[in-house]
Structure formats: structure tokens, C-alpha cells
Design a protein around this ligand. Structure first.
Ligand SMILES: Nc1ncnc2c1ncn2[C@@H]1O[C@H](COP(=O)(O)OP(=O)(O)OP(=O)(O)O)[C@@H](O)[C@H]1O
Length: 413
């Protein structure tokens, strides 16, 4: 088991990870999710003893990584697939790692087979594609047949077949009782790979829950209902009627109502009885990706200016309910409001910008709901979220045991 307690890492004025506490248990795939720059790699480096926490601590099987005896046999990691001497063949790279840890040569051939690189084992890795490099990195992580495995964005650069393979590999490793901790910024991928999720934003814990709980909290069907924008009293009237009838009504950023607990025909009948005109009544299912984006929207460091203009830069969710928009905006899924002449005002991709986090989640600066994380006692986060670094990150290198001054052809054995 991996256990982090109050883990904090500062690089000068930049707080990369703040007061992070979680457990990663054996026998499950735990997804580590967060937007770019949220602190996933920094956390993984601290787990692997490559970065020293500013405060707090993290252990593997009860011990700090650096205190583990023959660590490569206990913990395997893929942090940076490019941390390979390009002049060496895949086999030679793995052989050098194996020899450093007293692992027999036979195991090198085994893992080459597991990752499907046996036919290119003698080719120099500098000619490898991104996907082949990822496979070689995964082979290196598996070399010591460790009980604990960490993978930082393992599906980067893989084709669909490769992604499918990584997904199954993670599940198989977990089914063997191993602890599997895998980072990603793709909720959709983690939903089909992981059993448990740890979500961070700006270095802070946003959620720690099973994928099952995440799905049940976020996949509910709902109806999107819109009344004429010019007549807000119609919306108020319908909202009261729907609530009285047992529906749950929330207001989306663009002023539409998100209604759960009532079937569409019933909503239509109630609107008709209340003499309220509808501009939209449509069925929807909240997507996991949407829920994840909503959860992390206040914690995204890097965002396209085009996205900001288009409305990604919404105000953070309001505690206890959906934010009331200052002015009607385009919704996530909805077709544009009817225009004179029937022309949509603009065409474009659906825009996030959304409602409050689902129950059980924390907004940045809050601890997640109790019951999900044993450490989730309310904490006092920094008054303002840590600002993005002025400089691009100077990522600490993964341990590269393969560096050599030689780049001779003999290396490609
Ligand atoms: N050595 C360093 N010196 C200064 N700042 C750093 C250093 N390493 C990371 N950071 C900063 O810490 C923050 C977290 O970075 P980290 O690489 O851990 O995020 P991440 O979630 O892994 O991002 P990504 O998904 O883009 O890989 C970033 O703002 C980054 O700029």
C-alpha cells in the first residue's frame, strides 16, 4: 500500500502539492487524475524518493522508498518513457537495469514478450515510436516483478490497440494483488481502467472515491428545460411547479433548468398546465468527463485563450448549488436559443462551464466529503490557490540508470 500523509511540495514560491493525504490499496487500479500541472508527477516523484517533500511524508508498505531494500524488486515505475539511452537496444537497456538489481537475464526476455517488443528487442531505442517507447518503459517497470507499480500517463502516444493492452495489463496486475497507481488527465480512460479515483487540482485533493461511486453520482439522467429568456417569471413559475411535483431543479450557467426526478412527458404536462411555454425540453445524461471537468474547472492552470473567450473560464462553482449566470450564455449540450429567422446565433462545440460539484466532492480548497478519505478532515488551505509558475516546470528526471558516455554501435546489442 502507498500512503501519503499531509504531502506538500514547494518549489520556491510555487506550491506544486499541498497537504495531500491518500492511500493506494493493493488489488485495485487506482487512477490519479488531474489537469496539466496539478501535481501528479511531483507526487509520484515524492513517492519514489526522487523529490523530498517540503512537509508530510509518503510510504510504500510502511517505509519511505529510500529505506526499501532492493527497491526495484518491490516497486516498479514508468515516469518518463524517454529516459532511455537511445543508442542502446531495448534488450540492452533492460539488461543494464536488470544487472543493477540482480535480476536474471531470463526475466528481461519475459518482459520483452509481455510488452510485445520481442521482435524489435535488438533495435536501438532511438528509432522507437512514442508507443514503442512507452512499452519499453512499462517493461522496465515490470522487470523486478514488483508488488507496487506506478505509471505516469502510460497511454501517452499509444494507438487504440496499445491503449486496450495497457488497460488490460493494469487490470491483470491489480487482479494479481498488486498495488497499481496510474496517472492520467483523461477521465474517460480512467472510468474504464481504474477501480478507484484520486482527483487533484492545483496540488490539492478534490476527490477520493471509487469509480462506481463517481459514476453513480454523475451519470444520472436529467432533463434540460428552457423557457423564453425574455420572460424570467415563466421560468420561476415552472421551477416552483416542477419542485412541487417532486422534481429537483438546478439552474445551469446559461439559465436553463436541469431537472431530475421527473420524466419528460410529465414535465411537458406540468408546463402546459401552468401555461408556461418551453423553448427546450431535452433528455440528457451527465458524462463522466463533464463531471470531471466541472470538478477541476477552478483548478486548471493552462487554458487556451480561445477556450477562455468561448466560456471555459467560468466562475468557480458555488457551494450548495448551481451558479446563477449574470447573463444568459450558451449551454453545454443545448442547441442555441431560437433566433428570429430560425438561424442559430453561432455554431460551435459544446462548452463546459458549469454547475456545482456533485455530492462527495471537494472544490479546490475544501476537503472531500467525509467517508471517502480517512484524512479528509477539513483543513486550512492557502487563502488563495497557488499561482501558476512563471517559468515552465523543470521536471526532475526519472532515475536514468542507462546513461553512458558511449554511443557506439556496439551498444546496440
Ligand atoms: N522542479 C520544479 N521546479 C519548479 N516548479 C516545478 C518543478 N516541478 C514541477 N513544478 C511545478 O509544479 C506544478 C506541478 O507539476 P507536475 O509536473 O507535478 O504536474 P502534473 O500534474 O504531472 O502535470 P502534467 O499532467 O502536465 O504532467 C506545475 O505548476 C509545475 O510547473
Amino acid at each position: 500500500m502507498i500512503e501519503a500523509v499531509g504531502l506538500t511540495k514547494r518549489y520556491g514560491a510555487k506550491t506544486a502539492v499541498y497537504n495531500l493525504s491518500f492511500q493506494v490499496r493493493p488489488g485495485t487500479v487506482t487512477g490519479f487524475l488531474g489537469p496539466n500541472g496539478s501535481g501528479k508527477s511531483t507526487t509520484m516523484r515524492m513517492i519514489l524518493g526522487l523529490d523530498e517533500p517540503t512537509s508530510g511524508h509518503v510510504t510504500i508498505g510502511g517505509h519511505p522508498f529510500r529505506k526499501l531494500t532492493n527497491a526495484p524488486r518491490q516497486v516498479g515505475a514508468l515516469l518518463d518513457a524517454k529516459a532511455v539511452h537511445g543508442g542502446r537496444s531495448a534488450r540492452s537497456h533492460l539488461m543494464s537495469l536488470a544487472q543493477l538489481s540482480g535480476i536474471p537475464a531470463q526475466r528481461v526476455d519475459e518482459v520483452l514478450g509481455v510488452v510485445g517488443l520481442q521482435d524489435v528487442a535488438k533495435r536501438r531505442s532511438k528509432g522507437f515510436s512514442l508507443g514503442m517507447g512507452q512499452r519499453l518503459g512499462i517493461a522496465a517497470a515490470l522487470l523486478g516483478d514488483p508488488q507496487v507499480l506506478l505509471f505516469d500517463e502510460p497511454i501517452n502516444g499509444l494507438d487504440p490497440e496499445g491503449i486496450h493492452w495497457v488497460r488490460n495489463l493494469m487490470k491483470t496486475l491489480a487482479a494479481e494483488g498488486r498495488t497499481v497507481f496510474v496517472s492520467s488527465h483523461l477521465m474517460s480512460e480512467m472510468a474504464v481502467t481504474a477501480d478507484h479515483l484520486i482527483v487533484i487540482g492545483r496540488g490539492q485533493l478534490l476527490a477520493d472515491m471509487s469509480v462506481k461511486d463517481f459514476i453513480s453520482a454523475n451519470s444520472a439522467d436529467f432533463a434540460r428545460v428552457r423557457t423564453p429568456q425574455t420572460e424570467p417569471q415563466q421560468r420561476e413559475k415552472l421551477s416552483s411547479v416542477l419542485t412541487e411535483a417532486g422534481g429537483h431543479v438546478m439552474t445551469e450557467q446559461d439559465g436553463a433548468m436541469r431537472v431530475t426526478g421527473l420524466a419528460l412527458p410529465r414535465i411537458s404536462d406540468l408546463a402546459h398546465e401552468a401555461d408556461v411555454r418551453l423553448w427546450e425540453l431535452s433528455p440528457h445524461q451527465a458524462s463522466l468527463e463533464e463531471a470531471y471537468m466541472r470538478m477541476t474547472q477552478g483548478a486548471v492552470d493552462y487554458r487556451s485563450t480561445a477556450d477562455q473567450l468561448a466560456g471555459f473560464q467560468q466562475p468557480p462553482p458555488q457551494p450548495g448549488g448551481y451558479a446563477e449566470p449574470a447573463a444568459p450564455q450558451q449551454g453545454w449540450y443545448a442547441p442555441p436559443p431560437p433566433q428570429p429567422g430560425g438561424q442559430p446565433p453561432f455554431a460551435g462545440a459544446p462548452l463546459p462551464g458549469g454547475p456545482a460539484p456533485a455530492p462527495g466532492y471537494a472544490t479546490p480548497g475544501q476537503a472531500p466529503a467525509p467517508g471517502h478519505n480517512p484524512y479528509a478532515a477539513p483543513t486550512a488551505p492557502p487563502a488563495t490557490p497557488p499561482a501558476p509558475a512563471a517559468q515552465p516546470p523543470a521536471a526532475a528526471p526519472a532515475p536514468d540508470l542507462t546513461k553512458s558516455d558511449s554511443d557506439s554501435p556496439e551498444d546496440a546489442r
